[in-house]
Write a protein of this length. Structure first.
Length: 200
């Protein structure tokens, strides 16, 4: 059975299909409309995939610097091919629960529809806390469980690993365990919920 990494590496050349591109563009638009980034911010994107969010952000904000991280080398190959400004935008291969990045480096971090894949969400949040500057914010946008579900966390087995959907209540519990403070929950598009967390 192929691993999740194998699947994403094979998917990378076809990831930016018209269907996924339209969907992610809509989510990114709503996300960026919902937040305020400080001037000259240093920004991190977890599970950056082919780099669409950071490419868009740097075109809109010439004062920003950014780093994208993903565990898939092939996704990062696609991202680097589309990199609009290699001097300001860097891509790094690594795992989100053990970020190969220095402490207290980033003003803002994003995670857009990849948190559902992470088997140890508290470890991810703790490492995000580590790399954020004091007062830095983490914007987590992902699916939530169906509103018809009574579960705070819904796990669905799929090929090569589970995916997990977290309700606002379960996100708040995870944040508390990681030492982050929940600032808001805000629906972006359908079942996509934005949770903004701050490092004290």
């Amino acid at each position: 059975m192929p691993s999740k990494l194998d699947i994403f590496n094979r998917w990378a050349p076809f990831y930016d299909s018209p269907l996924t591109t339209v969907f992610y563009q809509a989510v990114h638009t709503r996300l960026l409309e919902s937040i305020t980034l400080p001037p000259h911010a240093n920004v991190l994107d977890l599970g950056c995939g082919t780099g669409k969010l950071l490419s868009r952000l740097l075109k809109e904000r010439p004062d920003l610097a950014a780093t994208g991280i993903d565990f898939s080398a092939e996704m990062l190959t696609q991202a680097q091919r589309q990199n609009p400004d290699p001097d300001r935008l860097t891509y790094v291969q690594g795992r989100t629960e053990a970020l190969p990045l220095p402490d207290a480096q980033f003003d803002t971090a994003f995670c857009t529809i990849s948190f559902l894949h992470y088997p140890d969400p508290v470890a991810v949040l703790r490492d995000v806390r580590r790399v954020l500057k004091p007062g830095g914010q983490f914007h987590l946008a992902d699916y939530i469980p169906s509103r018809l579900s009574a579960q705070d966390t819904l796990t669905i087995p799929i090929l090569a690993g589970d995916v997990r959907f977290y309700s606002p209540q379960s996100r708040s519990k995870l944040a508390q365990q990681a030492g982050l403070v929940v600032e808001q929950h805000h629906y972006l598009l359908g079942p996509i919920l934005l949770t903004t967390l701050t490092k004290p």
